[in-house]
Design a binder for this molecule. Structure first.
Ligand SMILES: NC(=O)c1ccc[n+]([C@@H]2O[C@H](COP(=O)([O-])OP(=O)(O)OC[C@H]3O[C@@H](n4cnc5c(N)ncnc54)[C@H](O)[C@@H]3O)[C@@H](O)[C@H]2O)c1
Length: 266
């Protein structure tokens, strides 16, 4: 089978599909033959994503859904299954970066919100989709963590802790679901740019006034790139191939790993 057809006949569900990484991965899965179910909180941007996927000539459905609410997730997944059939592939990717502040100053409400979206939300989607995959005895799942969930950068207490949780969820779910022919893995991107999340991170780290980063965002950019052995930012387009690999039979004996996509960041 050529790699262009790896997902023909499969339905893939992508969360955070109105966002940069979700859309880029959805496009790749469509190009490799999957039909797509796109979920996101942002209905307007979701429709834009739908148009881009439909233009690739595959079936695509959308559902506006809040991953923090299990009922909302369950309803969206049930609707997806009704319209496009059994979901074989899941890219569990919705996320929110939250505030930048040291732990003793971190806003409590933001901490709770980030954990709800990034960890509890990831669990909700994993649960709603995997319970269906268990019945069909087939599933391929990739969760989006972050290098912040493998290394714990300063000032990112809520995000980093949540993404450490996603790495753990990936390891545990891979064992719980292996008996049902469901493979679960993850990705840990870092320093993807240029773009919204990179700019936001640089500006907010500069504002924290902590010893780790300069107060000048231009300097922070240099500090961050200086910590990458490959000495450059990553590009969003460097993500879909890795996700497609983990969702395909090319990774048939790999479970429970979270692959860094990070230029080897120190
Ligand atoms: N861009 C990076 O540099 C980077 C690095 C590491 C990890 N990540 C992770 O990658 C994933 C995608 O990030 P991105 O860069 O595409 O960001 P993005 O902001 O473009 O996309 C995130 C999407 O998640 C959606 N979302 C947020 N809260 C939601 C909720 N409660 N319910 C449903 N959808 C919700 C947003 O509407 C948005 O469309 C996130 O999990 C993020 O933490 C990104």
């Amino acid at each position: 089978m050529s790699s262009a057809q790896r997902f023909s006949g499969k339905t893939a569900l992508v969360t955070g599909a109105a966002g940069n990484i979700g859309l880029a991965v959805a496009k790749r899965l469509a190009q490799e033959g999957a039909q797509l179910v796109l979920l996101d909180l942002d209905g307007e941007k979701l429709e834009k994503s739908k148009g881009e996927i439909a233009a690739l000539g595959v079936k695509v459905e959308t559902a506006v859904c809040d991953v923090t609410n299990y009922g909302s997730v369950e309803a969206a997944v049930a609707k997806a299954e009704d319209t496009l059939g059994a979901i074989g592939l899941l890219f569990n990717n919705a996320g929110y970066q939250g505030a930048f502040a040291p732990i003793h100053e971190y806003p409590v409400d933001d901490f709770e919100r980030v954990v709800q979206i990034d960890l509890v939300g990831a669990f909700h989607v994993l649960r709603a989709v995997s319970r269906r995959m268990v019945k069909q005895k087939f599933g391929r799942i990739v969760n989006t963590a972050s290098m912040a969930g493998l290394q714990g950068p300063p000032n990112m207490g809520a995000y980093g802790s949540s993404k450490f949780g996603v790495v753990g969820l990936t390891q545990i779910a891979s064992k719980d679901l292996a008996p049902y022919n469901i493979r679960v893995n993850g990705i840990a991107p870092a320093l993807m740019g240029p773009g919204f999340m990179w700019d936001r991170q640089v500006e907010l780290q500069a504002k924290t006034g902590t010893q780790y980063f300069s107060a000048d965002p231009e300097e922070v950019k240099k500090q961050m790139i200086g910590s990458v052995p490959m000495r450059r930012l990553g590009d969003i387009e460097e993500i879909p191939g890795t996700v497609a690999f983990l969702l395909s039979d090319d990774s048939s004996y790999i479970i429970g790993v979270t692959l860094p996509i990070s230029g080897g960041i120190l």
